[in-house]
Design a protein around this ligand. Sequence first.
Ligand SMILES: [Zn+2]
Length: 224
Amino acid sequence: MDAEIHRLPMGICNCYLIKENSVILVDAGPPKQVGKLRTALQKLSIEPQDISLMLITHGHYDHIGSVSEVKTLTDCKVAINHREKEWVEQALHPLPPGIGIWGAVMAVLMRITAPFVQFPASSVDIALEDTELPLHPFGVNGKVLYTPGHSSGSTSLLLDTGEAFVGDLAMGGFPTRIGPGMPIFGDDRNAIKTSWKLLLDSGAKWIYPSHGNPFSADILRKAL
Ligand SMILES: [Zn+2]
């Protein structure tokens, strides 16, 4: 039986619950979102303790703001790439550069609002290396791939069935972009495309972004 995928809108960020033999949560959302997770788990009849792992795709505040509360609720392990481990442990929120005109405008807005963003720090259990991490030990048939570009520590979760949870390596559409493709923020456009290629070569068929709707991986293939 294939994994169940549940999209979980947490503020401006989509988190995802992947349920197979166990449950993995992808990202924790912006600050103060744990109530939404609690409600979703109740509706799905999933016990908080059934979550074995919280994979944080990268350390931007809208993905790590609720890590501490979610960890308290679920007692799950928290994994993030080693480059961005401190962002969670020290509740840092570095701002990414904009890509394109809209990205530049949004980057200015983020700089203005940044001082008001605060969230609790959390411990990290697994500092991911830049190698693949198989997820079978966490009850899901898939793996974590190192996919830098949006940030230097960005990772993606790829299920064996081809669904890829990419964080902000690609964005799905309004309000962050008109259509799916290049994120409006990012450290390195070329690295983003190299990571898209890695995902495609590894069997990604369907892209689940943190912002916007899921879309076919063919869209990334055409934009390479
Ligand atoms: Zn981001």
